[in-house]
Write a protein of this length. Structure first.
Length: 105
């Protein structure tokens, strides 16, 4: 199965929800401290759900580091996919090696 990528997938549908305006405002304030919007956070949760195939309940306090790790995982997956199609098997690198190289273990 091809994994969907929240960043590059076409955005052709909308999602709405009702919530308490004070809760929304407080959450937006907190996300803004990390340079993120409600949409950014929701997309991050969706991407983690797709990658982990479960509900991601273990949220990190450092959202920027979590986003960096997610981006590096997506990059490593793409590098591994492309390396697997290379003609010379001596030039391939496992996903674990790529993660080690970028300091994500």
């Amino acid at each position: 199965m091809t994994r969907l990528n929240v960043v590059t997938a076409p955005k052709t549908t909308t999602f709405q929800m009702r919530m308490n305006p004070e809760i929304k405002s407080e959450a937006e304030r907190i996300y803004a401290e990390y340079g993120m919007s409600m949409t950014d956070v929701f997309n991050m949760v969706l991407q983690r759900t797709i990658i982990e195939e479960t509900i991601p309940l273990n949220f990190h306090a450092d959202a920027r580091d979590a986003e960096r790790q997610l981006a590096m995982k997506l990059l490593a997956d793409e590098v591994e996919r492309r390396m697997a199609t290379a003609d010379d098997p001596n030039h391939t690198m496992s996903q674990a090696d790529v993660l080690r190289k970028f300091g994500i273990e």
